[in-house]
Design a protein around this ligand. Structure first.
Ligand code: ATP
Ligand code: MG
Length: 353
């Protein structure tokens, strides 16, 4: 039995489309699957053809202890079970925040039923609040859908940081993998972002890519998973390939603490510490207006085998723009949300000392 959260705080990156179609493709492979819609937008519920007016008791009622989770579960398609959501779920975070053990409510809820299923898939909302935290605490694996677009890597540091926090404070191990979604192979830009995702996630990336496919949109609008809508479409082939990849490769929980120690620049007693997570890079350096953007001057070092490169610089007070050069490619700092557009194209990261 595997519990997998589909998580990314970035909106519209394909979480729900992945949750619904992956669940149904797994069901088609004779797996018993429970899909938990943990998003108050209830898009997964709608995408399985259940209208808001027909939902009734839902995951909110189960989380609040008003009903047992068994009472809300339906079977919209054979082998595919759904714990639906409604907009009322938006009140759950406030309700739960007053509870002791508030981040483990979902884990406790699924405990008595989890052996009824081969997979439990959780569709998370686009935020890093208590609902997402509950999903991660209930899961052993996480899939992070990433749409190759500007800023698609932004905020991932925070997500990996949350997984790290869980590891440290709650002793909860969770393994994760990135999934490329809404991929347009015709644009050079998409391939560039794929390279950037690869540099960050290395092996922790699905080899299946989900291509942009209008049929996936149309299926969602028709309230059907793609398997029940158009099995000749690219969308079906992709999600079926993903389901096979997941069935064949159970993720072994790793220690995320080791992998996500990169952070935005911070002031230490020795100066400003810059870090960059690039496990597969051969050479990483730092450039910025503090060295007039000259390459081949400030080399970064890896101290541990965790893929994090470090450099500490003594800088006078002021505001600086900078980038990393990873194997010759100029890239802004994925762990620093402070950015400014460069007059020469792209964005530079910003640090205030
Ligand atoms: N592979 C795809 N090809 C084309 N359109 C897609 C694809 N995947 C998702 N979409 C469309 O993109 C939009 C956003 O997708 P989706 O709802 O799955 O994202 P999300 O991450 O769940 O969004 P939110 O953060 O709001 O929950 C939807 O209109 C969906 O139909
Ligand atoms: Mg969604």
């Amino acid at each position: 039995m595997r519990v997998i959260s589909i998580v990314n705080q970035k909106g519209g990156c394909g979480k729900t489309t992945t949750a619904v179609n992956l669940s149904d493709c797994l069901a088609l492979h004779h797996k018993r699957v429970l899909l938990i819609d943990l998003d108050p937008q209830s898009n997964a519920t709608l995408a399985l053809g259940i209208e808001d007016a027909d939902v009734g008791e839902n995951i909110y009622d189960a989380l609040c202890g008003k009903t047992a989770i068994q009472n809300i579960i339906r079977e919209p398609f054979i082998n595919l079970y759904l714990a639906p959501s409604r907009i009322t779920l938006s009140a759950a975070e406030q309700f739960l925040s007053g509870n002791e053990g508030r981040e483990k409510v979902l884990a406790a809820l699924i405990e008595p039923i989890k052996n009824n299923y081969d997979f439990i898939i959780i569709d998370c909302p686009p935020s890093m609040g208590l609902l997402t935290f509950n999903a991660l605490m209930a899961s052993t694996e996480a899939i992070i859908p990433i749409e190759p677009s500007s800023f698609s890597m932004q905020g991932l540091g925070r997500l990996l940081g949350t997984i790290e926090l869980m590891q440290e404070q709650c002793e909860h191990k969770i393994s994760y993998r990135a999934l490329t979604t809404i991929f347009d192979r015709r644009t050079k830009f998409s391939w560039e972002i794929i390279e950037e995702i690869k540099r960050h996630f290395g092996e922790r990336m699905f080899s299946t890519k989900i291509h942009a496919s209008v049929r996936l949109k149309e299926a969602a609008r028709a309230g059907k998973p793609i398997c029940r809508f158009d099995t000749s479409s690219l969308g079906f082939f992709d999600y079926d390939a993903l389901a096979k990849e997941i069935v064949d490769n159970e993720l072994v929980p790793e220690n995320p603490t080791e992998q996500s120690q990169a952070h935005s620049p911070r002031l230490t007693s020795r100066g400003v510490e810059f870090t960059c997570f690039a496990p597969h890079a051969n050479h990483v350096e730092l450039v910025g207006d503090f060295n007039e953007w000259k390459p081949n001057q400030i080399q970064m070092e890896t101290r541990k085998k965790n893929g994090v490169w470090h450099k500490t610089l003594l800088l006078p007070q002021g505001k600086y723009q900078y980038r990393f050069i990873i194997d010759g490619e100029w890239i802004h700092d994925q762990n620093n949300e402070a950015i400014e557009h460069s007059p020469y194209g792209g964005v530079n990261s910003v640090v205030n000392v």
